[in-house]
Design a protein around this ligand. Structure first.
Ligand SMILES: *[C@@H]1O[C@H](CO)[C@@H](O)[C@H](O)[C@H]1NC(C)=O
Ligand SMILES: *[C@@H]1O[C@H](CO)[C@@H](O)[C@H](O)[C@H]1NC(C)=O
Length: 417
């Protein structure tokens, strides 16, 4: 059996190698085919958003809460792909886990942005973060530009051909951000501190946010496969990521590799090519030890109206399973935990014990088409603090299911990350 890490790398390889060819929108990308960048977890002490007063338990609760909110957001985004568009397509909320650093403009300005595999737009906030009037390389796109149409009717706010291409994003908490689509020079910081010039990218310059933007984020890098995403704009045919082992605070950093830098090995599973807004894969079964969790074949397939399916999303912390499968999974798992069990808020299955106690609980394996991913035990049960370990897989409030970053952590091994 191939290692789980290889599987994840190959998912992205497949996804990008098949669908990308015709969609490259820029010709000047002098990054020699590949680059790597650091990912900083939002709860890492290196994160600009690190909060010293939070306990490990606080962080796990916050992560679970974000996961549930994000699932609802991903569901709405998927539903908004329906034709005719759903009214809920107005809602674009983006809770996110990993931060990547880039530089924009000439002279370059540093931006800490969330990496978001569930959206397309790269955007940055206005002052004090970025001031276009100080960048010699900044240009607004016009409303008549072909790219402006790609915003879609729910985001595009301009109508006259010669006006700037303006947009408005409305988030689940009813905060909004508005701006103009522009182009400017982008440079990414590699893990060794060197800079990779990727040339000009189309991005959103958000100059109005109301109220002040949630999550203190001052930018976002969209990594799905739609028009404005980094992956699409650079014509990247494959990318991979790894999330390191969590530190004492329950977080971990990682890396993302683009293009020729992305190591590809082992088994692969196909990405659904016709659904570029998320990374959908086919989950065939789940096993706990040698016992298969019984559920209807095809239950994780994407439904016609996009509100079902199984998505790999690094922006979601906890894996979430649709309720019918979750209930059976939880029932079997509870029988296999040989300790007194309890519930703690979002977590339905917790026990008090030590790391060694994990050895008496069976492995959980996700069986994707063509590839098996066996979860690390310390990613299946998370140490939430106070000697408690809780099942890190949660119940989805919809029929969409997500493979989250906590269960992807350290599949590669920290040394290589
Ligand atoms: C930091 O965490 C504490 C404890 O959870 C919380 O009360 C406080 O609001 C947080 N601060 C920020 C800036 O989020
Ligand atoms: C770009 O468009 C915005 C929004 O209309 C406008 O405020 C700004 O002056 C324009 N910038 C340039 C350089 O044309």
């Amino acid at each position: 059996m191939a290692s789980p890490l290889h599987f994840l790398l190959c998912i992205f390889f497949l996804s990008c190698s098949i669908f990308m060819p015709s969609s490259k929108s820029h010709s000047t990308n002098p990054f020699n085919g590949g680059f790597a960048i650091s990912l900083i977890h939002r709860d890492s002490p290196q994160s600009p958003f690190y909060n010293h007063s939070m306990t490990t338990y606080d962080r796990h609760l916050a992560a679970a809460h974000r996961s549930i909110r994000r699932l609802n957001w991903l569901l709405l985004r998927a539903a908004s792909q329906n034709d005719p568009p759903d009214i809920s397509s107005e809602i674009f909320f983006s809770a996110n886990e990993y931060i990547m650093t880039f530089y924009i403009g000439n002279p370059p300005v540093k931006i800490n942005a969330f990496a978001d595999s569930g959206s397309d737009l790269i955007w940055t906030k206005a002052l004090p973060y970025f001031d276009p009037s100080k960048s010699f390389s900044y240009t607004n796109l016009s409303c008549g530009h072909a790219s402006c149409t790609e915003l879609g009717p729910e985001r595009k706010t301009c109508s006259k051909t010669d006006d700037p291409c303006t947009y408005k994003l409305t988030y689940a908490d009813e905060s909004t951000t508005s701006g103009v689509v522009a182009t400017d020079k982008f440079t990414f910081e590699a893990p060794d501190g060197s800079l990779v010039d990727v040339g000009f990218l189309e991005f959103g310059y958000s100059y109005v946010s109301s109220p002040d933007f949630p999550g203190m984020q001052n930018g976002c890098v969209g990594l799905n496969r739609e028009h404005f995403s980094l992956v699409n704009q650079l014509g990247i045919k494959r990318f991979s990521h790894c999330m390191a082992i969590p530190d004492a605070g329950g977080s971990g950093n990682g890396r993302m590799h683009f293009g020729s830098m992305a190591p590809i090995l082992g088994d692969t599973t196909p990405i659904l090519m016709d659904k570029p807004w998320h990374y959908y894969v086919t989950l065939e079964s789940i096993s706990i030890g040698d016992q298969q969790v019984p559920f209807r074949q095809g239950v994780f397939n994407v439904a016609r109206n996009n509100d079902e399916g199984f998505v790999i999303d690094s922006g979601t912390s906890n894996t979430l399973l649709r309720e019918d499968v979750y209930e059976i999974f939880l029932f079997i798992m509870t029988l296999r935990v040989p300790f007194p069990v309890t519930k703690m808020l979002y977590f339905d299955l917790c026990f008090h014990g030590s790391y060694q106690d994990l050895s008496s609980i069976p492995f959980v394996t996700f069986h994707f088409t063509g590839a098996n991913v066996r979860l690390l035990k310390e990613n299946t049960f998370l140490e939430v603090g106070g000697g408690f370990w809780c099942l890190g897989i949660l119940k989805s409030e919809g029929d969409l299911s997500i493979f989250g970053s906590m269960q992807m952590r350290n599949l590669w091994g920290q040394a290589d990350c």
